[in-house]
Ligand binder design. Structure first.
Ligand SMILES: [Zn+2]
Ligand SMILES: [Zn+2]
Length: 85
C-alpha cells in the first residue's frame, strides 16, 4: 500500500516571479518586487535629495545626525508622518 504523505501543509504562498522567493503574505511580495526588482523608492526626504524604498528607512534617516538638529524638533516632522500614512 502506498501511503502519500503530506509534504506541504496547505498554505498560501506568494512566489516572486523574478527570483523565486516565497512570501506568506501578498503585501510582502508586492513590496519585495517593488523595492528589489523595480527599484521603486517612494519615500523621499524633503530635507535633502535622498529617497527610500521603505517608510521605516526614511524615518530612521530623519533621526540621523544630518537632520536630527534641524528637523528633530520641527513640527514638519509630524506633518510628514500624517501625510505618508
Ligand atoms: Zn524577487
Ligand atoms: Zn534627508
Amino acid at each position: 500500500m502506498v501511503h502519500k504523505k503530506k509534504v506541504h501543509e496547505k498554505r498560501k504562498e506568494y512566489v516572486c516571479g523574478h527570483c523565486g522567493k516565497k512570501f506568506v503574505r501578498k503585501p510582502n511580495l508586492l513590496l519585495h518586487q517593488k523595492t528589489v526588482h523595480e527599484g521603486r523608492k517612494d519615500f523621499a526626504c524633503d530635507k535633502c535629495e535622498k529617497k527610500f524604498s521603505q517608510k521605516g528607512n526614511l524615518l530612521s534617516h530623519h533621526r540621523t545626525i544630518m537632520h536630527a538638529t534641524s528637523a528633530g524638533r520641527n513640527s514638519e516632522v509630524n506633518q510628514i508622518c500624517r501625510g505618508t500614512k
